[in-house]
Ligand binder design. Structure first.
Ligand SMILES: C[S@@+](CC[C@H](N)C(=O)[O-])C[C@H]1O[C@@H](n2cnc3c(N)ncnc32)[C@H](O)[C@@H]1O
Length: 289
């Protein structure tokens, strides 16, 4: 068995991790391959099928092992780790294109999203961005997601419901199935004023005016725009409504790797494009001159 930070599954069951007071622990762990691939596993009796690992009874499999131990499942040698956002994202079902860590991290920081924030998300898709948001909002936050396609909503909901079990805290989360441009009434019944809104759908400019009325002064709107024409139209729509564009551009990620003859250098993979981002703030209206 491993040493150092070792936690028995009975301790997991009791609900606390030593040295991390207050962290409620669900009965999920992740089995991690050395390269970072991970499989989420709920410690519960009964046979389960885990894609990539096979069928087994998770409780029997994990019996006698602790977080931090190495375990063999079939041909795979894996480390048992606490399950968190990275492991949940590695395991998520995907239907629509998801916003990844590169852009989600920037959105969260620039918009000041954190514990207790009230956030509206348009175009929930597979829930990629929503998972990042939920992981920082704590149980006092409110996240309202809107998704027009039922088949996407179903995938997003299953990803979020699993994350709810994995994270120690999860915001009050609502998923409205419908068109964001028609959903203002339903949204306001849940939350009338938001700190932030993020729009990731094909025509952001069609929903901006409805969102602007639900933002607090000082609140921010982000539009995630894969193409420059979406960016331009969103920019114009924001300015027409008096929103002030604070930041626009794209986040470029360049990975490095270890060179075979020593040293580290930029990798050979191309730098891909995800989307342009526009972040605009709501300011107090100017007095009539
Ligand atoms: C690219 S996906 C969103 C992905 C999501 N941000 C993520 O990180 O997983 C865009 C989603 O917006 C939805 N959508 C498009 N127009 C919409 C609208 N007017 N109202 C609500 N959802 C809309 C689409 O069905 C699609 O699921």
């Amino acid at each position: 068995m491993g040493e150092g930070f070792v936690l028995s599954l009975n301790e997991l069951k009791r609900g606390h991790i030593p040295g991390r007071p207050g962290r409620a622990v669900a009965d999920w762990v992740a089995l991690r391959e050395d390269d970072g691939r991970a499989y989420l596993l709920r410690r519960a009796p009964g046979e389960v099928k885990v894609k990539g690992l096979g069928r087994f009874d998770a409780e029997s499999l994990l019996s006698g092992f602790s977080v931090g131990d190495r375990i063999t499942v079939g041909q795979k040698s894996l480390t048992i780790v606490e399950a968190g956002l990275p492991e949940a994202r590695r395991n998520m079902a995907r239907r629509a294109q998801v916003i990844g860590a590169k852009d989600s991290g920037f959105i969260v920081s620039w918009m000041g999203i954190g514990v207790g924030s009230k956030v509206l998300e348009g175009g929930h898709g597979s829930g990629g961005l929503a998972m990042h948001l939920a992981s920082v909002m704590g149980s006092s936050g409110t996240l309202v997601s809107v998704e027009s396609r039922p088949e996407h909503a179903e995938v997003g909901r299953s990803n979020m419901e699993r994350l709810r079990e994995v994270l120690p805290e999860f915001p009050e989360w609502h998923l409205i199935e419908g068109d964001l441009s028609q959903a203002t009434g339903d949204i306001s019944e849940i939350c009338s004023i938001f700190d932030c809104a993020i729009v990731d759908l094909a025509e952001p400019w069609t929903v901006i005016s409805g969102i602007e009325g639900m933002l607090r002064v000082g609140g921010r709107l982000a539009c995630y725009c894969p193409t420059s024409s979406q960016l331009e139209k969103s920019w114009e729509a924001c300015e027409e409504l008096g929103l002030v564009v604070e930041w626009s551009g794209e986040i470029i990620e360049r990975r490095w790797s270890k060179a075979s003859k020593g040293g580290v250098r930029p990798g050979n993979q191309p730098m891909g494009h995800t989307a342009f981002l526009l972040i605009a703030a709501k300011i107090a209206p100017r007095e009539e001159e």
